[in-house]
Design a protein around this ligand. Structure first.
Ligand SMILES: Cc1ncc(COP(=O)(O)O)c(C=O)c1O
Ligand SMILES: N[C@@H](CCOP(=O)(O)O)C(=O)O
Length: 467
């Protein structure tokens, strides 16, 4: 399986190269040359780790022997707290919640980042190389990436988070890690600033090569590939791989729901994908009107979705334009220079056939958390509530018919957002026992301005590759 960039570059790269490279050198994002077909024959009866190996195999191709891949997925999902890994709970006549928060850092990010840490290890040992990982987080990717990479010999990891804009639990999950290869950095800015800094650092090719930079955000294709698995798991669980299943996905950087789209491209019967947005609703406005136009980021109760430039959206654009890297580059230039662009009505109609969307404001999020608790007993985190509220709107609008099962992805454990949960339902959910002393552990983080030179100096002085 070979990979190409959304901006046209077509180097001869396999899965391992793409894993280690992260962002394409022309600034685009890697995608497989074509989506591999996945037959559901033979998937029934596999446990989650077995399913993960089967789904990842065509992406990984000859970059790793199948036996190694199977061992890797067993190790990866062996650290999850729930025997079912991604348990499904019924919350309505044909509505379900898929809990994706039973990994080490209590958010869906663990599904891919526990695998990524191990994939990095495998590739770097084989090549005898080291990497410097640079990532941006609006709250959850950071701790999951740190957990996946902490203490690994061949890796130094630098994670940028927007100062004062993540929950206390999210911050502490990053800043209380003691391993010397971990660097949490509070940036004076919002998540879009952090993500732009990461992309700018990758864009400085001399710096990137000197540091051997790698990515853990969903700009890294391996992240998306590993997230495809739970969509397959849902389709197998509710439809035996034959009946179409719809999903509602609280969205920010568009990596999670894009993985659902890839599952559909691989031939899985994935029905509508409902994109749930908080008031930072650039994605919802796009799916409604075809215009992708950035506005300022507003802090909300669902901080991990406080994003206006959704990096994976570029992968969808690549498809919308018929895989035209030149047009994608022009659109991304227009986003940077004039704040947006628009797609033609015919292209929008095509997109709307596969995606629906809804904007859920702060009051609606609280009301949804209250309603779900009262009606089903489920305590939702605010991101998940955006997803279930969006699912409700999609059903009401007829975007997902009553006879189609609809799975809402529960993307984070409610204990990561105790203030929001308390506001909604009147009590603070407890952290799992292993994180019980999180709020007492000493913190260690650097403060940096939103400035590329300052970031590069910081990394250059600490990355062991630079020594
Ligand atoms: C808890 C939670 N829900 C939803 C999202 C949005 O997912 P994505 O950025 O893949 O669209 C995030 C951040 O990625 C998150 O941390
Ligand atoms: N919501 C994310 C933002 C980064 O998304 P990613 O999927 O590109 O890593 C977070 O929690 O950091």
């Amino acid at each position: 399986m070979n990979y190409v960039s959304t901006r046209g570059e077509a180097p001869d790269l396999n899965f391992e190269d793409v894993l280690l490279t992260g962002l394409a050198r022309d600034g685009g994002l890697y995608v497989p040359q074509s989506a591999p077909a996945l037959s559901t024959d033979g998937l029934a009866g596999l446990d989650y780790a077995g399913l993960a190996a089967a789904v990842l195999a065509p992406f990984v191709d000859d970059a790793m022997p199948r036996g190694d891949l199977e061992r890797l997925t067993r190790d990866t999902y062996g650290v999850f707290d729930h025997a079912a890994i991604a348990p499904l709970k019924q919350i309505g006549p044909n509505d379900w919640l898929m809990e994706l928060f039973h990994g080490p850092t209590l958010a869906f990010k663990d599904f891919a980042l526990q695998a990524l840490g191990r994939l990095f290890d495998h590739a770097l040992k084989r090549r005898g190389e080291r990497v410097t990982i640079l990532g941006a987080t609006s709250g959850d990717t950071g701790s999951a990436a740190i957990e996946g990479c902490r203490g690994r010999d061949a890796v130094d990891i630098f994670i940028l988070f927007p100062k004062g804009r993540v929950s206390d639990v999210q911050r502490r999950q990053m800043t209380t890690v003691e391993d010397a290869n971990v660097h949490a950095i509070a940036v004076d800015g919002d998540f879009d600033d952090c993500q732009a800094l990461v992309k700018a650092a990758f864009g400085d090719l001399a710096f990137r090569d000197r540091m051997n930079l790698s990515a853990v955000n969903s700009i890294n294709w391996a992240r998306v590939a590993a997230q495809v698995v739970y969509y397959v798991h849902g389709v197998m669980a509710l439809g035996a791989g034959r009946r179409p299943v719809a999903f509602s996905v609280p969205s920010g950087n568009f990596g999670n729901v894009f993985a659902g789209h890839i599952a559909r491209r691989m031939g899985l019967p994935v029905d509508r994908l409902v994109v749930g947005a908080n008031v930072n609703d650039i994605l919802h406005r796009f799916f409604e009107t075809g215009a992708y136009r950035r506005q300022g980021v507003v802090p909300t109760m669902s901080p991990s979705m406080d994003i206006q430039v959704a990096s994976n959206f570029e992968r969808l654009l690549y498809e919308i334009t018929g895989r035209d890297g030149i047009r994608v580059r022009a659109m991304m230039d227009s986003l940077r220079q004039s704040g947006g662009f628009e797609i033609p009505p015919a292209a929008l109609a095509q997109v709307q056939a596969g995606f629906a969307s809804a904007r859920i404001d702060e009051e609606e999020t609280l009301a949804e958390m209250r309603r779900m608790h009262a009606e089903t007993g489920e305590v939702l985190d605010p991101h998940t509530a955006v997803g279930t509220a969006a699912a409700r709107k999609a059903r009401a609008a007829g975007d997902v018919p009553a006879e189609t099962p609809l799975i809402s992805l529960a993307t984070a454990h409610p204990a990561k957002f105790p203030d929001a949960v308390e506001r909604a339902v009147g009590f603070r959910p407890a952290l799992p026992e292993r994180l019980g002393d999180l709020m007492e552990r000493p913190e260690r983080a650097a403060d940096l301005p939103n400035d590329l030179a300052a970031l590069q100096k910081f990394i250059g002085e600490r990355a062991r590759i630079a020594a």
